[in-house]
Write a new protein. Structure first.
Length: 536
């Protein structure tokens, strides 16, 4: 076998891999990859023409098996408190073993863009062992024009070999599954898992590492704008908060549903497709996602088909609740043709507060926005995960902790500066519970959530009268047309006000405990933006 080049030049690595791995299939189109996947019996065809793949034991990301190579370049730039390290020596052994394993496999090579803005896009080369992984990633990233392929020069490479089995002792990893990120060499190795989302998130992780140095704020968010290209908005939120649902509004243009950058030129989608959760999906509630999920060529992960009709059963979570649909934005009628937009006018941070303490909408100062961005709060409820029997607070910094290689304050400071420079209004929206905690109160009615969001996007709420919340210190509107006044004051929705006060103090304590990790790295304005001080 050829010796792995020791340098970090992307072109040299690309040439080396092209001759060493000898991919049998280069830049096949989605239709041809679809044919390969069926011929190789990698999955089934749904009655809609979607391709259905089951990913085996891994039905989600293997976050505990993700590692970053620690070397001279990453020593001072990676947040090692939350990113697991792999030595350069272990990575070199793993890399050589990957190449040996890939030798003789009929690999697929895909040259794709990550980033809709040509000024900042990343030319990405991806090797996949499975044909359907090729269909998936061609949906999720951006396909270059034929003329662009002729001069394509990869700046970043991923090798995804599900049949590879890592050796923890030999490779310095945890299990037979491994996701190893070498930021210095601009290379990610994925082995031991068929879950296609690992490839998508490997690209996002690398962009989160390199873009801040180029002055671009990478964001785990959805984005939309008015149909005339005005009034862009960003939606941050963890799973279950409504990020995808609220950004998929037929009355607005969808820029993207998951990953974006914010530069001096405005915002832009990193991707060319969507990766939507489909559990309990219905055409009535989410018509755009429904139509796209039932289209030819869409990739459905771990969705169960009726054995006779081959119709997808989106209510069946027997394999996992994390069933997914991957499809191109071209399948979405109201999707942006460019994937780019101007600077946002509004930022909405979504949380599903299962404790029933947060108001349905609150206005944030730039420092409060940074505080809540760093906190990344939502709550899990009983039944969503094994072992969860009552509401559990979840804090995922920057609303995407697993994909943030740098210290969160690097992203938080960028966000606060962009908000201030562009006069952006920031809002915290609770799509969770009201009238009591989960099991006592009720989920915030979607009709009111949409009405509040519309008042934000129209600019109506900007000029409303506000009160300062005694617990969290942010501004809460006193009156919004179409919203019951008592709903805007969560304490008034509780039958027992004393129980609300106790629950509010408990939630404040959870915020304060979580934020201790940032206290030494943020200034006094951000510290004072937290609820602990406001509650005192």
């Amino acid at each position: 076998m050829n010796h792995v080049p020791s340098g970090t030049d992307a072109a040299s690595l690309s040439n080396f891999l092209s001759t060493t791995l000898k991919p049998r299939h280069r830049n096949l189109g989605s239709a041809e990859l679809y044919e390969h996947a069926i011929t190789l019996k990698e999955g089934q065809i749904a009655s809609s023409g979607a391709f259905v793949a089951h990913t085996g034991v891994h039905t989600g990301r293997s976050a505990a098996d993700k590692f970053v190579v620690r070397d001279g370049d990453t020593e001072s730039t990676v947040w090692w408190e939350k990113n697991k390290e792999m030595s350069r020596e272990n990575f070199e052994v793993l890399f050589n073993d990957f190449l040996a394993h890939g030798d003789g496999l009929a690999l697929y090579m895909h040259d794709l863009h990550a980033g809709a803005d040509p000024h900042y896009r990343l030319q990405t080369r991806i090797y996949t062992e499975l044909a359907w992984h090729g269909v998936f990633i061609r949906h999720l990233l951006i396909e270059p024009e034929q003329a662009e392929l002729e001069s394509f020069s990869p700046e970043f490479t991923i090798i995804n070999l599900p049949s590879f089995r890592a050796n923890p002792q030999r490779h310095g990893c945890r299990t037979e599954t491994v996701i190893a990120c070498d930021f210095t060499r601009k290379l990610v190795l994925i082995g031991g898992t068929s879950y296609a989302g690992e490839t998508k998130k490997a690209v996002f992780t690398y962009l989160n590492y390199v873009l801040p140095e180029r002055g671009v704020m990478p964001m785990h968010c959805s984005a939309s704008e008015e149909n005339d290209g005005s009034n862009p908005a960003i939606f941050f939120g963890l799973s279950g908060t409504g990020k995808t649902t609220l950004s998929n509004d037929p009355a607005r243009t969808l820029i993207g549903d998951d990953e974006h950058g914010w530069s001096d030129r405005g915002i832009y989608n990193f991707e060319g497709g969507c990766y939507a959760k489909t559990i309990k999906l219905t055409g009535a509630a989410e018509p755009e996602i429904w139509r796209a999920s039932n289209s030819w060529g869409t990739v459905l992960e771990n969705v169960i088909l009726d054995p006779q009709t081959r119709k997808p059963d989106f209510d069946d979570g027997s394999l996992t609740e994390n069933t997914r649909a991957a499809y191109s934005l071209s399948a979405v009628a109201n999707a942006s043709k460019t994937g780019t937009a101007a600077h946002p006018r509004n930022i909405v941070m979504l949380t599903a507060d299962a404790f029933g303490v947060l108001p349905p909408i609150a206005k944030l100062t730039p420092s409060q926005a940074m505080y809540h961005f760093l906190s990344g709060y939502t709550a899990k409820v009983a039944g969503t995960e094994k072992g969860v029997s009552e509401p559990t607070a979840t804090f995922s910094t920057c609303f995407g902790a697993p994909f943030m290689p740098r210290h969160p304050t690097a992203y938080g400071n960028m966000l606060r500066e962009l908000i201030a420079n562009h006069g952006v209004d920031c809002w915290l929206m609770n799509t969770g519970w009201t009238g009591g905690r989960y099991g006592v109160g009720q989920r915030m009615p979607l009709q009111f959530t949409r009405a509040l969001l519309n008042s934000v996007l129209s600019g109506e709420l900007r000029n409303a009268s506000f009160r300062r919340d005694k617990v969290f210190g942010f501004e809460v509107p006193l009156d919004v047309q179409g919203i019951p006044p008592h709903l805007l004051d969560p304490r008034r929705t509780w039958e027992n006000r004393l129980e609300f006060d106790i629950q509010a103090r408990d939630l404040v304590a959870m915020f304060a405990e979580n934020f201790k990790m940032f206290e030494a790295d943020v200034d006094a304005d951000v510290l004072s933006a937290g609820p602990a001080l406001a509650a005192a």
